[in-house]
Design a protein around this ligand. Structure first.
Ligand SMILES: Cc1cc2nc3c(=O)[nH]c(=O)nc-3n(C[C@H](O)[C@H](O)[C@H](O)COP(=O)(O)OP(=O)(O)OC[C@H]3O[C@@H](n4cnc5c(N)ncnc54)[C@H](O)[C@@H]3O)c2cc1C
Length: 436
């Protein structure tokens, strides 16, 4: 698009006639950034880029398939447990245009256009894919009805809509089963237990949150869950969903145990949403492949958040999504303001923090390392339900776990991130209070 003013003629032009109208100052046409997805990465990116670029120089439009304005998905389990009012989840977008209930069904990177499910076509200058991830559903006999829908009472937990359906089913009575003992499963189990529901947490692994915790920390988590009324079933996967009227009546576990339940939450991991990128011819592995500048294989198209795969890594965490959003916003803002800056995909953040309920858990870096070259300092207090561990390599903190007491979370996180030997005693660092 041109910024020229229609009807104006250049002084001294071919006719030699001075224009009758005064020259109107040249108006810059805003750079159009379209963001597919209106989730956590999209909202953060929009807010940052609009804050950094001088007013009027950029127009950001978020296209979101969900019927809601952007919200903090990581607080959904807390919302389920009544820990937050629903308004507390809203995320600012800095004045971006937010098109809720608007799924983008096709992108043409050559023509720089996108098409929505409603048949609308829109042009962009820069496209950001922030399509997030979809829940993985386990391959379980009895999970689906004859028509292919999930059996009544069975839900993933990814959206505000899922949360509303789970709450309605859980309120109707009966026990609930949470399948999957990772971060989401543990958060969901404690949130539901907090509302007075009888909860069973089924986990096929040897201990809970095994990606981040060791057996000692997981044992502390398990005892805390038990005190909240959650029964943990270890080492036994769910083998079958029971109920023959299109609605769940319970689960059979792999050791034959039967659990009666009217509600189930599937917390079995997520998979990046890549369908749109794949159909547009972009390079896709498990996620949409991006380079160190968060650029995809197509010009003017970037990807951030849960849908993006950088150096063979998928993060699946809010903090990583936000860091990528910040990095891309800063780089695009610099370019639009005429400064050169290469967007650099940030190093993967090291922190996991469970925010769903009374159970406090944080893990950093190489928290489960158990090699000959590592030294471990740990402190467990079964009575208080606390567990603290610091992993050091050549005297340098490389990982840590804190359960039940997060007093030292800031200092420990900094120590692992800095990768320098602690200034004082490692135990003091773990305890937090007396550390310099
Ligand atoms: C219950 C729960 C608890 C969590 N807890 C934590 C936690 O404690 N700590 C943590 O770090 N992370 C947590 N996470 C993960 C965190 O929420 C995600 O990492 C984060 O939401 C990723 O942001 P995103 O923008 O990439 O994806 P999303 O927030 O999922 O947003 C993607 C959006 O894009 C939309 N979309 C997809 N395709 C299209 C399309 N074609 N057109 C239009 N819109 C489309 C989707 O509908 C969705 O709204 C949790 C997640 C859940 C579900």
């Amino acid at each position: 698009m041109s910024g020229a003013v229609a009807g104006a003629r250049r002084p001294g032009g071919a006719t030699g006639v001075r224009p009758a109208v005064r020259a109107v100052p040249r108006r810059r046409v805003p750079h159009r950034i379209a963001v597919v997805g209106a989730g956590m990465a999209a909202a953060r990116f929009a807010r940052q880029v609009l804050a950094l670029v001088p007013e009027g120089r950029v127009r950001v439009t978020l296209y979101g398939a969900e019927p809601y304005a952007p919200y903090n998905r990581a607080l959904l389990a807390g919302l389920l447990g009544g820990r937050y009012p629903s308004g507390a989840l809203a995320l600012p977008t800095g004045g971006a245009v937010v098109r809720t209930g608007t799924e983008v069904v096709a992108v043409d990177p050559d023509a720089r256009t996108l098409r929505t499910a409603g048949g609308e076509s829109a042009a962009y200058d820069t496209l950001v894919l922030a399509t997030g991830a979809a829940p993985v559903l386990p391959d379980l006999p009895g999970l689906y009805t004859a028509s292919g829908a999930l059996k009544g009472g069975v839900h993933p937990l990814r959206t505000l809509g899922d949360r509303a359906r789970i709450t309605a089913d859980a309120r109707a009575g009966g026990a609930a089963v949470v399948v999957g003992g990772g971060v989401l499963g543990v958060g969901t189990a404690q949130a539901l237990a907090g509302t007075g529901v009888v909860v069973h947490l089924v986990h096929s692994g040897p201990y809970l949150m095994d990606r981040y915790l060791d057996a000692g920390a997981a044992g502390t988590v398990r005892r805390t869950l038990a005190s909240l009324g959650v029964t943990v079933h270890h080492d036994q996967g769910a083998a079958e969903v029971l109920g023959d009227d299109g609605r769940i009546s319970g689960f059979r576990l792999s050791d034959g145990t039967r659990i009666d339940a009217r509600t189930a939450v599937l917390a079995c991991g997520v998979r990046p949403r890549t369908g749109l990128a794949r159909a547009a011819g972009l390079a896709v592995s498990t996620g949409v492949v991006v380079d160190d500048t968060l650029a995809t294989s197509a010009p003017h198209v970037y990807a951030i958040g849960d849908c993006a795969e950088h150096r063979n890594l998928l993060h699946g965490r809010a903090e990583a999504a936000w860091e990528q959003a910040d990095a891309l916003a800063a780089a695009l803002a610099a370019r639009l303001s005429g400064t050169r800056a290469e967007p650099r995909c940030p190093a993967p953040p090291v922190l996991l923090r469970l925010v769903a309920g009374p159970l406090d858990v944080a893990a950093f870096g190489d928290s489960t390392a158990s090699c000959d070259d590592t030294e471990v300092v740990s402190l467990a207090d079964a009575t208080r339900g606390t567990y603290r561990k610091l992993v050091l390599r050549a005297g340098v903190p490389v990982g840590a776990i804190l359960v039940g007491d997060l007093t030292a979370v800031g200092e420990v996180g900094d120590a692992v991130t800095r990768g320098e030997p602690p200034a004082g005693d490692a135990l003091d660092l773990l305890v937090g209070e007396s550390y310099p």
